[in-house]
Design a protein around this ligand. Structure first.
Ligand code: ADP
Ligand code: MG
Length: 285
């Protein structure tokens, strides 16, 4: 049991979860069992098609499981909620709103607009200003999304996700479209946000280095059927700097995880077959 997970009351409890899409012959998720603690930062990696997004979307209430239990704070998830914010790879900012308006316009909050008092509105604009500062967006508050780089747009999307003070932030390859330098900056930023906001973060990526640098645990999933293969406790504590990515222990774990992904994805056998084929071709020459 991970030290961040209180076994008596996990923030998210996944129990014997199955998902089979209509018409599919293989389960997209099969027997997923996992507890995630409050304020934990868990990352998911695995070969493409292993069900990472499906699991995240199910926690977000955007998919319904075929069988099994999914509890948040001990209550069954029945749909999306203000307690769970999602951030995707393609930041869906409103192009006709400025940065500040995008952050203030939290869809879930908008649903309750009728009942809001002026002090709610005041609190919301204080929150928006705090998030602008937190994400380093003060100087672009009045800019339009299409005037910003991809990294800055994704900061706005994260700020907007945090606007409703979600207990849980679900992120699906949020930095997948960013260049390497921008991604490094975002890694330290999201770790800072995690410490400050005390949210539970569930983060999906195909980048093992990213998963290891960010996660307190790394959950490795395998495809066909989609399942949990291995859970790694990441032994690097919470004080991390970019140097860590070059430490021997980090590189060793990264190699182990990459090797395991290859083993579980069928890519390894593809490679071996290719090598045999090219060997055979060489012999006939
Ligand atoms: N809406 C859908 N309808 C049918 N099959 C789907 C749907 N979404 C995902 N799948 C299938 O479920 C499996 C898991 O997909 P996904 O969760 O997107 O994997 P990952 O995010 O790990 O790449 C894949 O085989 C995929 O084709
Ligand atoms: Mg995916």
């Amino acid at each position: 049991m991970h030290p961040h997970t209180d076994p008596a009351s996990p923030k998210i409890a996944v129990r014997g979860l199955y998902k089979r899409f209509d018409g599919a012959t293989v389960n997209a998720l099969e027997h997923i069992d996992l507890d995630i603690g409050a304020n934990e930062f868990v990352t998911f990696v695995g070969a493409s098609g292993c069900g990472k997004s499906t699991l995240l979307r199910t926690i977000g209430g955007l998919e319904v499981q075929t069988a099994g239990e999914l509890l948040v704070d001990g209550r069954a998830v029945t749909g999306p909620g203000i307690d769970r914010a999602m951030v995707f790879q393609h930041y869906s900012l409103y192009p006709w709103m400025t940065v500040l308006e995008n952050i203030r316009f939290c869809r879930q909050l908008a649903a309750h607009t009728k009942d809001r008092t002026s002090s709610d509105v005041e609190a919301a604009s204080g929150r928006a200003d705090a998030l602008l500062r937190l994400m380093g967006l003060q100087n672009v508050a009045g800019a339009w999304p299409n005037q910003l780089s991809g990294g800055m747009q994704q900061r706005v999307a994260i700020a907007r996700a945090l606007m409703g003070r979600p207990d849980i932030v679900l992120m699906d390859e949020p930095f997948g479209a960013l260049d390497a330098q921008t991604r490094e900056v975002m890694h330290d930023l999201i770790r800072y946000v995690h410490r400050l906001e005390k949210a539970t973060i569930v983060f999906v990526t195909h980048d093992v280095e990213e998963a290891l640098y960010l996660g307190q645990r790394v959950v490795l999933m395998a495809p066909r059927p989609g399942r949990i293969d291995t859970i790694y406790d990441v032994p690097f504590g919470d004080q991390r700097t970019q140097d860590l990515k070059h430490a021997p222990e980090f590189l060793r774990l990264k190699r182990d995880i990459l090797e395991r992904i290859r083993e579980t994805s069928g890519m390894k056998t593809d490679l071996e077959q290719l090598q045999r084929l090219s060997g055979a071709a060489a012999e006939t020459v």
